[in-house]
Design a protein around this ligand. Structure first.
Ligand code: CEZ
Length: 795
């Protein structure tokens, strides 16, 4: 059903119906496209706010990308209808809208392109999508092959949806001079003040062809006729009617008529995207289809190549070989790619949530540390002198704080030291602490060190008389918006996260000779942990918080939302849980939250609104924050398990983040293992039938944490001031792994194996035992060979 290609370049799906929502995504500096196996697409580009050029059939509310996107017949998509001119039979590639089951079908998701190969009735259709590196446009190739023994007369109809562009003004027509279709619209608006922005928008959608079509249609209704989208009336005619759209929904359909000898191939290329005006479209045509470089390549070919190079820049810093080939493939290729996407594009928003911006750049520390560095400085330059971090980091002068960033959350400060520590581990660039950065309010400029001190002080100040952190209208959990909106409710998780942030910051201060400050925050962490145990320990696990009305929740007497994952994991991280409590809470998690698809965020999922907890309780039970296997939260927990040395539990849960390896699991998740989704359905004990289903949402803070689980935990190759501290935590069933670790310019070839007689980890560098297990004095450009012996379990 699914398989990785031999070179691991693609993941292939061999049926259009077994995982109907299986998908891949491509992105560049200005756009992203989420393409599913049946031809449906969700694409958006930045101008600077996210916008569409291939629209739904009615106006969509603008919000973040939706989980478990429903696809429907008229959903935006890219297809090719194929008609046999001799018998009138029609099918479509890749599968929608005609839905004829092809004789052969492959959907191959690659790193820099997405490819389909379809065979139907002796006709082969190969479609591929790539992007240029910078610009918002899709680069399509369509190849038609006559696979039969006889001469064939066919028509192909590349069909690109444009959809309902605007209720104010929309139209479209074929332009001879451009050899393509241009649809035009005015983005709807009502305030005259908006006109200045509206007039600059790319309100045209174009489809350019490298070969002159035989005919075309630009009017959606005329194209479909009474036959509808599955069997458009107009393609029953010999020639499309060359229609236009005048305040009618436009569509971009071209017709090519072909007479093909047996074995003959025909290749076409198309460019689809948004533009400001026809001049711009003409320039695109000129530079991609006409102009050639010294090697005779046109811009289209060059753009595809540049894009492949761009995607390759997103390499991670480990390459692994373990007993689990699927894991290797994911970790070596897809995981860094997903992390790079986040770090490079900030999820295509102009005002990323502060915690997302910081965590996405935590991931960038492994790929392009200079970018992570710059991002940390940008974030700090938007901090208030009080130490408070804002909701949302503005990345574009024209950006506005939208949606969730208008809701006050109290957790943003904790992410500063946590994310910075990864950057420091990777780079040892402590000079960042001396960097001078302004505050958002007032004239004051201060060092990064001072900025983070103030953030930590702010966390210490934003507490009630008991010493618990106020939650206001949310913490990490966005929709937990009514625990503390009256100003009294507190977050158990945030109190723990603050303690953990103090510890991390105290460590960083200790290493940069800020000993007094280090002591201060270590003490603060200890005191916080006392408070945590006094007010939040429920006997078998930790509570999630205490509401405005002083009701403790996330405890054994709650029928719903009885246990939450975050306070358990973070109590391990911040050291609040002593060994007895550790054991108890891990057991509670295993019994109440673990499922075959990972650990749930809370259980039992809420089935009705709890007005003293908020919106999270209104989400459908088992989706998103209401008890899904919310991978971001699961990753925190796994990270914590590694921190306390629970390597088998940690690995078991880590592996559950990926679909597979068995077919039943893949069917259940419905997703290719080319990204980790933000959640898999939970509420396993309430709704077992839907449990495990992927959200298909590839925007998630999960990925840098998974990477940290691998580097700091599983393979134990974390950086420090001196070099790399080697401390692997392999699951019991693994005997040997090899890792290539790139680190500060050096390359280490590390072989980790179990060996009988070995009592504790032994690290050998070029054959010599290293007493403290820290590989030091690494030189950029040099290669090292490291042998790590770990105890054998059957000794
Ligand atoms: O957004 C994520 C946020 O991007 O939810 C996480 C949060 O930590 C991330 O910063 C947990 O709440 O508002 C909502 O109800 C949404 O569900 C968002 O909380 C959620 C979406 O998944 C965005 O993709």
């Amino acid at each position: 059903m699914i398989r990785a290609t031999d070179d691991n370049e693609y993941y292939e799906l061999l049926s259009p119906t077994s995982l109907p929502k299986a998908s891949g995504f491509l992105w560049n500096e200005k756009m992203m496209i989420h393409m599913n196996c049946r031809g449906y697409a969700v694409a958006q580009f930045m101008q600077p706010e996210p916008a569409k050029y291939s629209y739904a059939p009615n106006l969509e509310a603008k919000t973040f990308m939706q989980p478990e996107q429903p696809y429907y017949a008229h959903h935006p998509g890219r297809f090719v209808y194929v008609k046999d001119e001799e018998n009138g039979k029609v099918f479509s590639a890749p599968y929608e809208p005609v839905r004829t089951l092809p004789d052969k079908y492959t959907f191959a998701v690659g790193k820099n392109n997405i490819v389909w190969k379809i065979e139907n009735d002796g006709i082969g259709i190969e479609m591929s999508l790539s992007l240029p590196k910078e610009d918002a446009m899709e680069l399509w190739r369509v190849k038609v092959t006559n696979l039969s023994q006889t001469k064939r007369k066919i028509s192909i109809y590349p069909y690109f949806t444009i959809g309902y562009m605007s209720w104010m003004n929309q139209s479209g027509e074929y332009k001879q001079e451009l050899q393509g279709i241009v649809a035009s619209a005015i983005t709807p608006y009502q305030k005259y003040q908006d006109y200045a922005k509206i007039k600059l928008l790319k309100d045209k959608t174009f489809l350019l062809a490298d070969q002159e079509p035989f005919a075309w249609e630009v009017n959606q209704e005329a194209f479909e006729g009474e036959g509808g989208i599955t069997s458009p009336s107009s393609i029953q005619n010999e020639v499309l009617s060359k229609g236009e759209s005048r305040y009618e929904s436009p569509v971009a359909v071209l017709q090519y008529r072909l007479e093909m000898e047996p074995g003959e191939e025909q290749a076409y290329r198309f460019i689809f995207g948004p533009a400001k005006d026809e001049t711009e479209i003409a320039q695109i045509r000129q530079s991609l289809f006409v102009d050639r470089n010294a090697n005779g390549e046109d811009g289209f070919v060059q753009a595809e190549r540049e894009y492949a190079e761009y995607i390759k820049e997103g390499r991670g810093c480990i390459e692994i070989k373990t007993p689990d080939a699927d894991l290797d493939n994911f970790v070596n290729h897809w995981l860094p790619r997903q992390m790079y996407y986040h770090g490079q594009t900030n999820r295509l928003t102009t005002d990323p949530q502060t915690r997302n911006y910081l965590q996405d750049n935590m991931g960038m520390s492994y790929i392009k540390p200079q970018m992570a560095r710059a991002a940390f400085l940008t974030a700090l330059s938007q901090q208030n002198a009080s130490g408070a971090m804002p909701d949302g980091i503005i990345l574009h002068e024209a950006a506005e704080l939208k949606y969730i960033n208008q809701v006050p959350h109290t957790d943003h400060c904790v992410w500063l030291p946590i994310c910075l520590s990864t950057y420091l581990d990777e780079t040892n660039d402590y000079s960042i602490l001396d960097e001078k950065v302004p505050f958002a309010d007032g004239e004051e400029v201060a060092s990064v060190f001072e900025h983070i001190n103030r953030a930590m002080d702010w966390l210490m100040g934003a507490r009630d008389a008991r010493g618990l952190n106020f939650i206001d209208q949310g913490d990490w959990c966005d929709p937990m918006n009514m625990v503390g909106y009256k100003g009294k409710g507190v977050s158990g998780w945030l109190t723990m996260a603050s303690a953990y942030a103090f510890i991390i910051w105290a460590d960083i201060c200790g290493k940069s000779e800020q000993l007094e400050t280090s002591k201060k925050f270590r003490l603060a962490a200890d005191e916080t942990n006392v408070v945590i145990n006094k007010y939040l320990w429920d006997g078998e696990w930790y509570a999630r918080g205490i509401t405005d009305d002083n009701v403790v929740f996330g405890i054994s007497t709650d029928k719903e939302g009885r246990i939450f994952i975050n306070p358990q994991g973070w109590a391990l991280l911040c050291g609040a849980a002593d060994p007895v409590k550790q054991k108890k809470l891990m057991q509670a998690v295993e019994e109440q939250l673990e499922t075959p698809y990972g650990v749930e965020k809370l259980a039992p999922a809420y089935t009705a609104m709890r007005e003293d907890v908020g919106r999270v309780t209104q989400k459908f039970p088992g989706t998103a924050e209401n008890g899904a296997v919310y991978n971001h939260a699961a990753a925190f927990y796994i990270y914590a398990l590694y921190q306390v040395g629970e390597q088998d539990d940690a690995y078991r849960l880590l592996r559950k983040m990926l679909p597979g390896p068995d077919a039943a699991d893949i069917l259940r998740r419905g997703q290719l293992p080319v990204f980790i989704p933000n959640y898999y359905r939970g509420a396993y004990r309430q709704y077992p039938n839907t449990a495990g289903r992927s959200s298909h949402l590839f925007n998630t803070g999960t990925v840098p944490w998974v990477y940290r689980c691998l580097i700091d935990g599983l393979f134990g190759l974390k950086g420090n001031e001196a070099g790399i501290q080697v401390h692997p935590q392999l699951p019991s069933e693994w005997q040997e792994v090899t890792v290539k670790r790139t680190f500060r310019g050096a390359e280490l070839h590390i072989d980790i194996k179990r060996e009988s007689g070995v009592e504790k980890t032994e690290v050998y560098l070029n054959g010599n035992l290293i007493e403290d297990g820290i590989i030091k004095d690494l030189t950029a450009g040099a290669e090292y060979s490291v042998l790590v012996k770990i105890p054998s379990l059957n000794a």
